[in-house]
Design a protein around this ligand. Sequence first.
Ligand SMILES: Nc1ncnc2c1ncn2[C@@H]1O[C@H](COP(=O)(O)OP(=O)(O)OP(=O)(O)O)[C@@H](O)[C@H]1O
Length: 308
Amino acid sequence: MITLEALTKDFGSTRAVNELSVDITAGKVTGFLGPNGAGKSTTMRMILGLDSPTAGKSLVNGVPYAKLRYPLHTVGAHISGTAGHPGHTPRTFLKALAQSNRIPVRRAEQALAEVGLQSVATKRIGGFSLGMRQRLGIAAALLGDPQILILDEPMNGLDAEAILWIRQLMRTRADAGGTIFVSSHLMSEVQQVADHLILIGRGELITEAPTQELIQEFTQQLITVRTPRASALAGLLLQQGAKVNNAGEGHLEVIGMPLERIGALAFAGGIELHELSIIHGSLENAYKQLTHDTVDYSAELTGGVKTK
Ligand SMILES: Nc1ncnc2c1ncn2[C@@H]1O[C@H](COP(=O)(O)OP(=O)(O)OP(=O)(O)O)[C@@H](O)[C@H]1O
């Protein structure tokens, strides 16, 4: 279990993480989603004691990471960057890591087997592809056979087969009671494996919920509307409490209002519609709406254009 309590980090005048409070619980894969620069890596680094919080705290099984008695047995982490010295081989790197952390050296061979790097165990890490480095980083994370895994964008650079493999690895460990915390900037990468999603943007929590709940909420409610009077319709919909995004010229995307009601409001307002339809399977779209810069009509109505 990982607990974040109003976790905050400033780098000079940049607030990278802003009062983030969430629990990452055992027996689940928790996806940590947000666009580039949202604060995912900084949050993970603070959990691991690699960055110190400006305010707030993070706890691993109830204590700060630095107070863990056997850190690598408790938490395995793969944070972006290269694992191991380029002159090392996977075997020498993992054995040294095991020895310096009082982990039986045989675990090095087991971890190599688990990530499928046995055939290159004696090759220099310097010549490895990004995908092989990712596997090696994951092997290092697995070395102490920890109950908690923190993986920062582990699918970067992996081919389709390796992505399936890592999803399976996360699933198996979560089903065995592990706590898996995995970041990505792509909804599609984690949607299939995460039981729970935490979405952040600009360092702040946007939403967190079980994946199925988010899918249901968003896939049923995203309505696409095309009309030559988009601005006028957006005004009407906003007045009635819908969330409206400008998706292009004459094209609106609406959340939080049934299709029939949108049609009725347009009819009552004398607004011609060219399309009114539900977008299915659009968790990815909803994610983009929540996290990407989008122009929104609420700002236009109040006289300026605001991105959020
Ligand atoms: N060491 C640092 N010094 C100054 N600013 C930093 C530092 N590390 C991160 N930042 C800034 O903090 C913010 C959050 O960055 P962070 O790397 O945590 O985001 P992220 O969600 O992991 O993004 P990415 O997916 O691109 O890695 C960004 O504005 C980034 O530029």
